[in-house]
Design a binder for this molecule. Structure first.
Ligand SMILES: [Zn+2]
Length: 255
């Protein structure tokens, strides 16, 4: 599946996922801005059939009301999310068939306690859980939860395309370089991402294979990542979860 990017706010991507081979019927993932979505729907003569929400932050849901008023799509939200009815609540393992496309729901708490991601046709709509080159901050969930969620995503097929909700790649990869200065794949990826951003091009989607090779938050089990995290924290770290918690804290203070 090839999703269409709708840039919004400063650095958000709202994704339009095609639901049939012709591509005229779409679902929108995390519409924080109804006007940006409507412009693309109208310009391309697309029919909005569904809204998929990964979590309840305003920049992912603020366009829901206006889009429902205008197009009456079905609304899918994570179980327990504070979003207005009527909607369908989704949880781990749910399968949603929209037109000709089946989406699988995975629960990925950590960024928020209610976060889910949607998988369809080799595309992973990862919201604010897995970013290109990084991962979401902790806003209500724990480091342990987010670590487990990312481990779940790390085991998906390498060719999975990562459609995350922000253009954060450069900042993420600059942090990654601090963690793994000797990682050659990372060095190449950063140079390519810098070239793309200089031309105003998106760096999303990436692939899970590339994330596994270059995203430090998926590499906490590796001795070199552990060693850097130990140097930063000044103590020995006895598990990948502990390495992850240090990296997450370090990234929050990195500029
Ligand atoms: Zn968020």
């Amino acid at each position: 599946m090839q999703a269409i990017a709708v840039p919004a706010f400063r650095d958000n991507y709202i994704w339009l996922a095609p639901l049939n081979s012709e591509g005229r019927e779409v679902a929108v993932v995390d519409p924080g801005d109804a006007r940006a979505v409507t412009e693309v729907l109208e310009a391309r003569a697309l029919k909005l059939r569904a809204i998929l929400i990964t979590h309840h932050h305003y920049d992912h849901v603020d366009g829901v009301h206006a889009l429902r008023e205008r197009y009456a799509p079905a609304l899918f939200v994570p179980h327990g999310s504070p979003l207005p009815q009527p909607h369908h609540e989704v949880e781990e393992g749910d399968e949603i068939t929209l037109v000709e496309t089946r989406f699988t729901v995975l629960e990925t708490p950590g960024h928020t306690p209610d976060h889910v991601v949607y998988l369809a046709g080799g595309a992973l709509f990862s919201g604010d859980t897995l970013f290109t080159g990084g991962c979401g901050r902790l806003f209500g969930g724990s480091a342990e939860q987010l670590y487990r969620s990312l481990e779940k995503l790390r085991r998906l097929p390498g060719e999975s395309r990562i459609y995350c909700a922000h253009e954060y790649t450069l900042g993420n990869l600059r942090f990654a370089r601090e963690v793994e200065p000797g990682n050659e794949a990372l060095r190449r990826r950063l140079a390519e991402a810098e070239a793309r951003r200089r031309q105003g091009l998106p760096t999303v989607p990436s692939t899970l294979a590339l994330e596994r090779d270059t995203n430090p938050f998926l590499r906490c089990h590796l001795p070199e990542v552990q060693a850097t995290a130990e140097r930063f924290s000044g103590r020995s770290l006895t598990s990948p979860e502990a390495v992850f918690a240090v990296l997450r804290y370090w990234k929050d203070t990195f500029s």
